[in-house]
Design a protein around this ligand. Structure first.
Ligand SMILES: Nc1ncnc2c1ncn2[C@@H]1O[C@H](COP(=O)(O)OP(=O)(O)OP(=O)(O)O)[C@@H](O)[C@H]1O
Ligand SMILES: [Mg+2]
Length: 267
């Protein structure tokens, strides 16, 4: 889909559609009826504070956790309660929180692990070259163990390993976490390129609202397991509550903070 076309979020044509999911850790309900859509070829962000439920949403989509209620439809097919392996084969690849790489495998072996479901060897080789093009340091270090990479380089490897699954939807869990501002900028430039050049749809969860709103087309705000606001990112950026509580623009002063403590509804 061309980047300048109006976003079809809400138009019912989404590639990935999550409806009213509820997910629990034992007796603890982490997700309390979340619905969201990722249209083909678009970037969608989920913003929220620590513990809001962002990671749990991604785990539920990728099959790592099963929702107790609700539906997840990918490309016309219900995928809730499918195994992670099956979900990945369908075309949803997950770069999990905290750059989980295989520390004792080399960079190259880590990348090959991302492609273990694929039989199209030529395309796998091309995708590895593409990853090396995005992150040249991974090519330089391809024969080193992943444990020898810096945190930022491991983040690059984690995103690249997910890309090696040739996803139609890429799930990214806080790619900015623990990285310097300049590295965050570089990594998000690559995220945009992946979307633009490969047409991969991206569902991005982030605490860094600045970079997420700059990168994504459409955004959802989650608090304590519920979506409290959603809109085009260009419009979210203009909303007072987003400016105040996510972008740190505290021009509303003490009065604004006091109002927030009392107020439950978002505007
Ligand atoms: N393994 C677990 N066992 C029990 N509760 C959990 C577990 N993992 C997460 N939770 C709870 O589920 C809720 C949502 O957690 P989740 O990890 O999805 O939040 P998050 O938005 O990704 O937070 P963060 O920004 O800190 O990564 C939190 O209240 C958390 O305490
Ligand atoms: Mg998380």
């Amino acid at each position: 889909m061309p980047r300048d076309a109006p976003s079809p979020v809400g138009a019912g044509s989404a590639l990935l559609k999550v409806t009213n999911i509820e997910t629990y850790y034992g007796p603890i309900q982490a997700i309390r009826g979340v619905s969201l859509e990722v249209p083909d070829g678009r970037i969608v962000a989920v913003l929220g504070a620590n513990g809001a439920g962002k990671t749990t949403i991604l785990k539920t989509i990728s099959g790592v956790m099963d929702p107790r209620k609700g539906q997840i439809v990918f490309d016309g097919r219900e995928i809730q309660r499918m195994s992670p392996d099956r979900v990945m084969r369908l075309g949803i690849c997950h770069a999990p929180e905290g750059r989980e790489v295989f520390p004792f495998l080399t960079v190259r072996e880590n990348l090959m692990m991302g492609a273990y479901t694929r039989r199209d060897r030529d395309a796998v080789a091309r995708d590895m070259e593409t990853c090396f093009g995005y992150f040249p340091v991974l090519q330089e270090r391809q024969h080193q163990r992943a444990s020898q990479l810096s945190g930022g380089q491991q983040q690059m490897l984690s995103i690249s390993r997910a890309l090696m699954g040739a996803p139609r939807v890429l799930l990214l869990d806080e790619p900015s976490l623990g990285l310097s501002p300049i590295l965050v900028k570089q990594i998000f430039e690559i995220v945009r390129r992946i979307n633009r050049e490969r047409g991969t749809a991206i569902l991005l969860v982030e605490q860094n609202a600045h970079i997420a709103l700059e990168t994504a087309d459409y955004g959802y705000v989650i608090e304590v397991g519920r979506i409290v606001m959603e809109d085009e990112c260009s419009r979210l950026m203009q909303k007072d509550d987003i400016k105040e509580f996510y972008l740190g623009q505290k021009d509303a002063g003490v009065r604004g903070r006091r109002r927030w403590k009392k107020k439950k509804l978002w505007r």
